[in-house]
Write a protein that binds this ligand. Structure first.
Ligand code: I3S
Length: 130
């Protein structure tokens, strides 16, 4: 891993609101439960944060924004458009980690999802090069 490749990698950053659900936790099936997340990509790590608007009152929005609900290491992961049988929603990505976790990521605007698809794919390639 070189400094120049890290510098290149540091450009692969993005944040925004997405819908997500976790389907597998280390190979173990989870109950599908879609929720809106503030989603952040930084340095080959994707984090999903509880939407502060949906946090119970009394919990500061700072706390709920800073503590991720899920942290996903992209090294060795795969991302692609989800097969139709995974969800009835449109524009759904399937993200699989090397440790057998699986997420669906979705938003009703195609360009938003395809931008995330591209940058997650690029970040995976970047991590796998380092
Ligand atoms: O893949 P599934 O099981 O058809 O997923 C749907 C269900 O999880 C459903 O919840 P209940 O089974 O608790 O009613 C959700 O409300 C749906 O959103 C899920 O399907 P989609 O197709 O939206 O991913």
């Amino acid at each position: 891993s070189t400094k120049s490749s890290r510098q290149h990698g540091s450009a692969l950053e993005k944040a925004g609101v997405l819908n997500k659900t976790k389907l597998l936790d280390n190979g173990k099936k989870m109950r599908k439960n879609w929720s809106q997340s503030w989603t952040v990509l930084h340095d080959g790590i994707l984090t999903f944060h509880k939407d502060p608007k949906s946090a119970p009152s009394g919990i500061s929005s700072k706390t709920s924004q800073n503590t991720p609900e899920h942290t996903v290491e992209l090294r060795g992961a795969t991302v692609g458009w989800a097969p139709k049988d995974k969800s009835s929603k449109k524009y759904v990505l399937e993200l699989k980690t090397r440790h057998g976790c699986e997420y669906l990521i979705q938003y009703d605007t195609e360009s938003i999802v395809s931008d995330w698809h591209k940058i997650i794919q690029d970040s995976i390639r970047q991590q796998d090069r380092d």
